[in-house]
Design a protein around this ligand. Structure first.
Ligand code: XMP
Length: 513
């Protein structure tokens, strides 16, 4: 089935995939294409609308990315965002210049007044906050265009030529700081382009399956399955696409939460794929014996993981594709430059050195986390897998302070299960982004029955965050904390004290090691 298509023409902006995601949220199919795409190719896609993205350049710079002027003669509505807006102005007879002084250069949240007679802003409040980031400014608006929004510093925040369906906005409607951003994009898609909303996640799944089949042919695919959401959804998608050509290697390092390994295995029983569960608990625990330094633990686990994975891969023989559950935020973060290393992250999708393969496939590379979850549901993965909170690659080893032993891990697994169980029963799971128990290495004196105890203190950690770079501790109601505490000290041996962590990140990190 073919869908109405919107083309997002990429001029090098930071938020291009975010624009794509916002369009998908409006149930409209879209494709991001480089700005150099020949206009004939664009025409062949029969787009109902085109969005010009932002970009770092200045349109008056001869080296800046330009649009083929023919694109303005396709008879298709265009929305230019930031640089894209200036490009419209520049190409259609306006003038763009560097902003002078404080006027017109704008960064961050900006109060903006809208002309709500304009189709782009129909139904919006007359004023709201937009998010700006531009150093250039439209000095002269092209003929045939009217000004449709302004801010205190800048009279030219948005332009429109309603007859041709050309619109430009200096702000970024795709970022969440722009209060009416979703409504503006919806207006462009539905009011201006006449979108029917004929696209959904089921279609995305079908198209992704088709693309994977075409690419992989009869090749063999290998995927490291961690049990986390991303690798599980990638595995399910590949399972749907190529069935037994897929081998999933699930390295069970013995550092999973209660029943997690079995749950992962059970979830994949519905597909006829090659599923290898490498039971490597013994191997990991013996390598970790006596190790207390957090970074050393992480390095041992990361290294050991790769070795186990490679050993399993060798048994399979020829591999054509190595699959990874990379999602779009990982793509952005890995380009984040040379920020200080706080913790050496271990991602179980990490690349092995000694496995030969032709190519890497990353079927989730353009999706955001919540889209990945929706795709997982569409593929029929169970809810406990799809809505699973993030879990670090090194697993419980970094939540078991000091030496990692099987006994301590078992205590931690039980206590962590009780915490999660009580959060679920209280209906709070959706209101926190990550929550878990940590077995501190602190032992303290208690009294149980008539006897003295000298046992471990358990820390509970729960955070709310949007990006995991900063986080606030969750205000869990006292009665819920109380139930967790009572159950833990009664049901789990060797724990006689429960603490609740009230530190945000920074200064603390989310995990303890
Ligand atoms: P921190 O402790 O740095 O954690 O505040 C931020 C987020 O990253 C997760 N985390 C990891 N995820 N491999 C992962 O895949 C790792 O080695 C790792 N270490 C921390 C952590 O659970 C939190 O969500």
């Amino acid at each position: 089935m073919s869908h109405q298509t919107v083309i997002i023409l990429d001029f090098g902006g930071q938020y291009n995939q975010l624009i794509a995601r916002r369009v998908r949220e409006q149930r409209v199919y879209c494709e991001v294409r480089p700005h150099t795409t020949p206009v004939e190719e664009l025409r062949a896609l029969k787009p109902i609308g085109i969005i010009f993205t932002g970009g770092p350049g200045s349109v008056y710079d001869p080296a800046a990315p330009q649009a083929d002027p023919e694109v303005f003669r396709l008879g298709v509505p265009i929305l230019g965002i930031c640089y894209g807006c200036q490009l419209l102005a520049h190409n259609l007879g306006g003038r763009v210049a560097p902003a002078q002084g404080d006027t017109a250069r704008e960064y961050g949240k900006t109060g903006t007044a809208f002309d709500t007679d304009c189709r782009l802003f129909r139904g919006l409040p007359a004023e709201s906050v937009t998010w700006m980031s531009h150093g250039d400014y439209m000095e002269k608006v092209p003929d045939g265009f009217k000004l449709t929004a302004r801010s205190a510093a800048c009279p030219n925040v948005a332009i429109a030529d309603e007859a041709r369906g050309f619109y430009g906005v200096q702000f970024h409607p795709e970022v969440s700081h722009t209060e009416q951003g979703a409504a503006i994009l919806r207006n462009f898609l539905y009011e201006v382009c006449g979108a029917a909303g004929d696209w959904n996640m089921e279609d995305y799944k079908d198209a992704a399956v088709r693309r994977l089949r075409e690419k992989i042919g009869d090749g063999k695919v290998l995927l490291a399955l961690s049990g986390g959401v991303d690798s599980s959804v990638a595995a399910a998608l590949l399972a749907e696409a190529v069935g037994r050509q897929l081998t999933c290697v699930f390295v069970d390092h013995g550092l999973m939460r209660l029943n997690e390994g079995d749950e992962v295995e059970a979830a994949f029983s519905r597909w006829d794929i090659q599923f290898v569960r490498a039971d490597a608990e013994e191997r990991f625990l013996s390598r970790l014996a006596g190790v207390t330094e957090p970074e050393e633990k992480r390095k041992i686990i990361g290294g050991e993981f790769i070795r186990v994975f490679e050993a399993e891969a060798k048994k399979i023989g020829r591999v054509d594709y190595l699959a990874q559950g990379t999602i779009y935020p990982d793509v952005i973060e890995s380009g984040a430059g040379d920020a200080a290393v706080i913790k050496s992250h271990h991602n179980v999708g990490g690349l092995p050195d000694h496995v030969d393969f032709k190519e890497i496939v990353e079927p989730l590379r353009l999706l955001f986390k919540d889209e990945v979850r929706r795709l997982g549901r569409e593929l029929g993965l169970p809810e406990y897998l799809v809505s699973r909170q993030p879990f670090p690659g090194p697993g419980l080893a970094i939540r078991c302070i000091g030496e990692v032993t099987r006994e301590k891990l078992d205590l931690l697994r039980q206590a962590d299960f009780i915490f999660r169980d009580e959060i679920a029963k209280a209906g709070l799971a959706g209101s926190m982004d990550q929550y878990f128990a940590v077995l501190t290495n602190l032992r303290s004196v208690g009294v149980m029955g008539d006897g003295r105890t000298y046992d471990y203190a358990l820390a509970l950690r729960s955070v709310t965050t949007s990006d995991f770079m900063t986080a606030d501790w969750t205000r869990i109601p006292y009665d819920v904390l109380d139930r967790v505490s009572v159950r833990v000290v009664n049901e789990v041996p060797r724990i006689n004290r429960v603490l609740y962590d009230i530190t945000s990140k920074p200064p603390a990190t989310i995990e303890y090691e």
